[in-house]
Design a protein around this ligand. Structure first.
Ligand code: HEM
Length: 224
């Protein structure tokens, strides 16, 4: 099948992806030390590093929102239920039988329907939830520092539970994300694309803005 090398991920997109990934992993490391699950930096340093990384993530998110709005890339994340069942079948059965992906990737449709749903949930629920509970944590944890002594410190519990639950969800996402990263055209093709920006896409799909349903019989060749 004819493929073309296409510039899929732009410079800022790659920078945002990798810096967000590093910051979330670092926040997980320091966060779970604060939680008491692991020991690495020591509690006090973990708290200090967690706060710095959290502010860095917030700044990155502001730039990323601006970039998505100005480039129109936010449209990539509009979820749709079309082909979701086909993808669930694919990830449970098809992938182990070397079947092709139910739809093909294009520059204007980088995410498959299942990814759209998951990323949409991450961007509208999990990340804002972490941000809001994290900021509440910062400002409620030390009420005397911010002059809000009147607030009941007991109410921190629900914030801590929600923040920790979000951290577990993000950790789960990270593990699944790393596995799915290896299921592209080859084990490293998705990783290479997010590092270099370039990816091998099938020629005829480059400039279409809808997912194409593959109707041919399964082949042994994997699609991306
Ligand atoms: C912008 C986002 C974030 C902010 C503002 C934030 C802020 C905070 C603060 C202030 C604490 C409490 C520190 C203390 O006890 O003094 C905390 C705890 C924690 N954070 Fe974050 N955080 C953010 C993102 C994250 C992310 C992305 C993760 C994980 C992937 C994470 C995981 C945790 C965990 C597990 C705890 C311990 C919770 C507990 O045991 O009560 N945080 N965070």
């Amino acid at each position: 099948m004819i493929t073309n090398t296409v510039y899929v991920y732009r410079a800022f997109e790659r920078f945002w992806h990798w810096s967000q990934a590093l910051l979330i992993m670092f926040l997980a490391l320091t966060g779970f030390e604060i939680h008491g699950s692991i020991t690495f930096f020591g509690f006090e340093d973990a708290v200090a590093y967690h706060n710095v990384a959290a502010y860095a993530l917030i700044i990155l998110i502001v730039f990323a929102i601006f970039w998505h709005l100005t480039t129109g890339e936010w449209r990539q994340y509009i979820p749709s239920l079309t082909h979701v069942r086909a993808y669930m079948n694919y990830y449970v059965f098809g992938i182990f039988r070397n079947e092709p992906h139910p739809t093909r990737k294009t520059v204007l449709t980088k995410l498959n329907p299942l990814q759209k749903l998951v990323y949409f949930g991450l961007k509208t629920l999990i990340i804002p939830g972490m941000l809001i509970t994290g900021l509440l944590y910062i400002f409620y944890r030390y009420p005397q520092r911010h002059g809000i002594e009147a607030l009941n410190i007991e109410s921190l519990e629900i914030i801590a539970v929600l923040h920790t639950a979000g951290a577990f969800l993000l950790l789960g996402f990270l593990i699944v994300h790393l596995y799915l990263m290896t299921t592209g055209e080859s084990v490293f093709s998705n990783l290479r694309a997010m590092l270099t920006g370039y990816e091998q896409l099938h020629e005829e799909e480059e400039d279409q803005d809808v997912n194409i349903v593959i109707v041919s019989a399964p082949t042994t060749e994997k699609q991306s």
